[in-house]
Design a protein around this ligand. Structure first.
Ligand code: PRP
Ligand code: MG
Length: 213
């Protein structure tokens, strides 16, 4: 065991899903390789810097707010929907997506004051976006597979993340308007940061290191 691994590790919540592979790769390149044994949701990295919890994307702010995980990595989309406030310590250069309004390819679209009906997971973002522009919005909350809504007629439009555009394309939908760029952030519970700022700053230096293979 090296000197570092004898100290208590920093606690970090990571989201299940497509960000995880990218994070795993970046951390491995910087001496913090980790993996989860089959069905396990807790792991340590090889350097002893981190104890990592694998959580559902939308639950990540809850774990960090309660200090169960002192740190977390998640998108600004998830932060927007959360009622909690965090320190944003770093914005990553990977995992960027766009929040878009999308609908059927054969459905004409214009944003006007007559209002719009949308299905979405992102109810805070959607409400604020349209209300700030004086456009009435009727929101139908879904928890996933949102692209089905215009296909099946639940709502003519969706507000959702678009990365490659493949999901829209496969369902005969298209982006009608890009609403906002979404970035991935390292967040901290404010009290946890105050207690562990030296170690956290060192961890940030490690993830920013360029001298990997
Ligand atoms: C996300 C998002 C879109 C899709 C965008 O869904 O909600 O559906 O990915 O990616 P693409 O533009 O590369 O196709 P996710 O796969 O996370 O599933 P969920 O919405 O059912 O949770
Ligand atoms: Mg989806």
């Amino acid at each position: 065991m090296n000197e570092k691994s004898q100290e208590a590790p920093l606690s970090l919540a990571l989201p299940k899903g497509r960000l995880l592979d990218e994070i795993q790769e970046r951390f491995a390149e910087r001496g913090m390789a980790f993996s989860f044994e089959k069905r396990k949701l807790v792991a340590r990295d090889e350097s002893g810097t981190l104890e990592i919890f694998l959580v559902k994307n939308s639950d990540l702010p809850t774990y960090v707010n309660h200090g169960i995980a002192g740190l977390g990595i998640c998108g600004s989309d998830v932060l927007y929907e959360s009622e909690y406030r965090f320190f944003r310590l770093k914005t990553f250069d990977f995992g960027g997506t766009s929040m878009c309004i999308a609908g059927r390819r054969d459905e004409p679209f214009s944003l006007d004051k007559r209002g719009v009906a949308v299905a979405t997971k992102f109810i805070n973002f959607t409400r604020d976006y349209f209300h700030q522009r004086g456009i009435p919005v009727q929101i139908i909350k879904l928890n996933g597979s949102v692209e089905l809504a215009p296909v099946l007629g639940l709502a003519p439009y969706i507000v959702d993340l678009v990365e490659t555009g493949n999901t829209l394309k496969a369902n005969h939908l298209e982006v009608k308007k890009k609403l906002e760029d979404i970035h991935v952030h390292l967040i901290a519970n404010p009290s946890y940061y105050k207690l562990h700022h030296r170690k956290i700053d060192h961890f940030i230096q490690m993830i920013e290191e360029d001298n990997h293979e």
